[in-house]
Design a binder for this molecule. Structure first.
Ligand SMILES: *Cc1c(COP(=O)(O)O)cnc(C)c1O
Length: 396
């Protein structure tokens, strides 16, 4: 055996030592194996591989689930939002309000339509776009607002819809992280004029590959999205507009129908683990915990805490076999992809300070109580060790 003196575990050794993986994608398959395997065989025998009955059936199920009149299956979440903006004829010279702290796909949807993303800072408690700061960012070019239900927490939609109604703007929800979350009793995805959903495998409702959908109550918009996702044609070989190839895969729809039936139970589990984390971590000093504003029911796509020594805490959790991630380390305005916009590095200080302090703890429905306890103990140990250390520093 070659020894290098390197004390970092290799990825193989790391896997052996993981006690609490950040996410678990195999357990949902094992849990639903009979139904998923049966769905696969049904799909194979159907010999309908694109836009068949399964897509149609899933669209109906998912529209009902969200309380929307229409659902249109598309290739992924980014495309869902891109196609809505295209269908609204939003493009060059138009501006769309986006949160300054989001996954970059929100901004990319605006950019791929040819329009300009205009960032607005989040509320520093909910991490969702701050409705009080939207009006200052509006210009005569603003056409739409794109709020994100970040980490599974519904954005504050009432004041956003009020601004939009008053100023004649459209509202597109980025619902990628919050399938099933509720805002004053209503499901997200049916609150704005349209919503883009992602069924990327790690989302609360995840396919076994890429998948997405648009939901809306607007029949005309739904019809336009159906045309745009399919080369711009309703009747084969007769093309009304220059469209795209962005269809929800038939096989993914097959799997999504099976998994949708579990979504509420899975979300309930996530809420239960979030409550355990919140209750026990409230005793630990220097931690900022997620808050659930009155009237909202989050689905905890992620359980995000904040800590001023985030990187040290993450390293100590990793040593104890706990997987964590950072959502997200670089706000879009500071990423290389948007350097041509010429934003000052300190232009969006809330987004920046979140990027420097957020840490996502393990969160998925198949966690076990013993695993949650292990994470909590590790955080408590880290916290008391660092307190002792700083006391020693002071007395030296
Ligand atoms: C995942 C995600 C998207 C993109 O969805 P894809 O299906 O991966 O294209 C967009 N916005 C947010 C907030 C996301 O988390």
């Amino acid at each position: 055996m070659i020894t290098t003196g390197n004390t970092q575990p290799t990825s193989w050794q790391w896997r052996q030592r993981v006690k609490v993986p950040f996410i678990d994608l195999i357990s949902p398959y094992r849990d639903l194996k009979t139904e998923l395997d049966e769905a696969y065989f049904r799909f194979m025998e159907s010999a309908r591989y694109v836009l068949g009955r399964e897509v149609e059936a899933f669209e109906k199920d998912y529209a009902d689930y969200c309380g929307s009149a229409h659902c249109i299956g598309v290739a992924n979440g980014l495309e869902a939002m891109h196609l809505v903006l295209r269908a609204w004829a939003i493009g060059p010279n138009d501006e769309v309000i986006v949160p300054s702290n989001t996954y970059i796909a929100t901004w990319l949807a605006v950019s791929s339509a040819g329009a300009t993303p205009v960032p607005v800072e989040p509320d520093s408690c909910t991490y969702n776009i701050d409705p009080n700061r939207i009006e200052a960012a509006l210009t005569p070019r603003t056409k739409a607002i794109l709020p994100v239900h970040l980490y599974g927490q519904p954005a504050d939609m009432d004041p956003i819809m009020e601004i939009a109604d008053r100023r004649g703007l459209r509202v597109l929800e980025d619902a990628a992280q919050a399938q099933g979350a509720r805002y004053h009793g209503r499901r997200i995805g049916g609150l704005g004029h349209a919503a883009g959903h992602s069924f990327y495998p790690t989302k609360n409702l995840g396919a076994l590959g890429d998948a997405g959908a648009v939901t809306t109550d607007d029949s005309e918009l739904a019809e336009r999205i159906r045309i745009l996702r399919n080369y711009g044609s309703k009747t084969r070989y007769y093309n009304e507009v220059r469209g795209f190839n962005s269809r929800l895969d038939e096989i993914q729809a097959t799997f999504l129908r099976v998994k949708l039936r579990r979504l509420d139970a899975w979300n309930e589990k996530r809420r239960q683990w979030a409550a355990c984390y919140s209750e026990w971590l409230s005793m630990v000093p220097d931690l900022v915990l997620p808050k659930e504003p009155k009237g909202t029911e989050a689905v905890f796509h992620l359980f995000v805490i904040r800590h001023s020594h985030r990187d040290e805490l993450a390293a100590s959790l990793k040593n104890a076999g706990v997987g964590t991630l950072i959502h997200y380390p670089v706000p879009p305005h500071m990423s290389d992809a948007y350097q041509d916009f010429g934003w000052r590095q300190d232009a969006f200080p809330v987004a920046r300070s979140l990027a420097d302090s957020v840490l996502s703890l393990p969160m998925h429905p198949y966690l076990e109580l013993s695993q949650i306890k292990h994470v909590l103990n590790c955080i408590k140990n880290y916290s008391s060790a660092s307190k002792k250390w700083s006391k020693q520093q002071k007395s030296n």
